[in-house]
Design a protein around this ligand. Structure first.
Ligand code: UD1
Length: 348
């Protein structure tokens, strides 16, 4: 069978670059569309070095109808992995319209182009942020969704749009939509080469990139946002997942939809997490143990909007896709540090 072309929107980003590596390792041919607002061309170059394959990239926006039309008419695209989006919770609270435009309106433009061109296979990048304050732990896909910020709301809106598309059979004919919404927990770490990774602009907001910034001396100390939560050590519990496990989850979802019967429709929501909550103090201790670097810290007020605990039930991803995580916490932290040591200031 011919190698299948998979369009990866946002393929140069943190998640995208690792998805490219996982797709190529599984025999797919990824094509990238990326506007490089929050990513670098260097990540594509490094993906090419890792995989030994040339990766075709179109520089442009997913909201650009003409670019999408050219891609879908000129390339024989089997499926789309839609990752291109804005992802800062804080920024989304300050500029919500920017988030709805980029994340929701652009998703609409993309699925309209897919529909016009008869491409009905889609893996969508959603987030555990759609759950908001968890009423039940661990979080299953059936748990109540109530995002607490515009970022999470934008992801949930996309999920709703995609669900309607499948259930109403809009424009499918005999070739129905097959869609998987992947709800990510907390992706951390980097490819084992340490040449692609998370490349935040400015001071990072997330825990592991921040710990690395303290380790390399760019930040003085880690602020621990509260040690008075109702958790074993008082700090927040999160479900940290190695970025390569997360990337492979996309390939498992893709394999699954591409094997469904041609006339079968589906819209599944699947959590991608390890299924275990780890505290801030535990993360710091493990980082110190494996790197030998002391991380000074200071406990401060809780960060507004933070929840005490958020971790997934990984059962559905395993039962439906046969996917489970393989990497340890030490591999997550070790690879994050390797990447940061190789690129102390990111790519540029
Ligand atoms: C955040 C986003 C979430 C996004 C995820 C991606 C918020 C409210 N949520 O989740 O939507 O999907 O990142 O990875 O921003 N912490 C500190 N000090 C720090 C940074 C974090 O103590 O400098 C703590 C937090 O309070 C939390 C844990 O570390 O308990 C993890 O924080 P973070 O990495 O920002 O992830 P989330 O808040 O879970």
């Amino acid at each position: 069978m011919d190698v299948q072309n998979i369009l990866v929107t946002g393929g140069a980003g943190y998640i995208g670059s690792h998805v490219l590596v996982a797709l190529i390792a599984s025999g797919y041919n990824p094509l990238v569309i990326d506007n490089f607002t929050n990513s670098s061309k260097k990540s594509i170059q490094n993906c090419q070095k890792i995989t030994g394959k040339l990766i075709e990239v179109v520089e442009g926006d997913v909201g650009d109808v003409e670019i999408l039309e050219n891609l879908f008419t000129q390339k024989n695209i089997s499926a789309v992995i839609h990752l291109a989006a804005l992802k800062s919770v804080n920024e989304s609270c300050v500029e919500p319209l920017k988030y709805f435009k980029n994340n929701v309106a652009n998703t609409l433009t993309l699925v309209e182009a897919m529909k016009r061109n008869g491409v009905h296979n889609l893996i969508f990048s959603s987030s555990a942020a759609v759950y908001g304050n968890a009423s039940v732990i661990p979080l299953t896909e059936n748990c109540h969704t109530k995002p607490t910020n515009p970022y999470g709301a934008s992801k949930l809106m996309c999920e709703e749009i995609l669900k309607s598309l499948v259930t109403t059979c809009d424009g499918q004919g005999s070739d129905p939509w097959k869609i998987v919404n992947l709800r990510y927990f907390n992706p951390v770490g980097a490819h084992e080469s340490g040449t692609i990774g998370e490349n935040p602009r400015g001071a990072p907001a997330n825990l592991v990139p921040y710990i690395c910034e303290v380790a390399n001396g760019h930040q003085e100390r880690l602020k621990v946002y509260g040690d008075d939560y109702n958790t074993p050590d008082g700090t927040g519990l999160r479900d940290y997942i190695h970025i390569m496990d997360l990337a492979k989850g996309h390939v498992s979802a893709l394999n699954w939809i591409l094997k469904l019967e041609k006339n079968e429709k589906c819209c599944e929501v699947i959590n991608l997490g390890v299924g275990r909550g780890i505290s801030v103090f535990e993360m710091v201790k493990r980082f110190e143990a494996i790197t030998g670097i002391n991380i000074p810290l200071k406990v401060t007020e809780r960060r507004p909007g933070d929840v005490a605990e958020s971790y997934s039930s990984a059962g559905k991803a395993y039962s439906l896709l046969g996917w489970k995580t393989e990497y340890s916490l030490d591999q997550m932290l070790g690879s994050a540090w390797l990447w940061r040591s190789n690129y102390p200031r990111g790519y540029e």
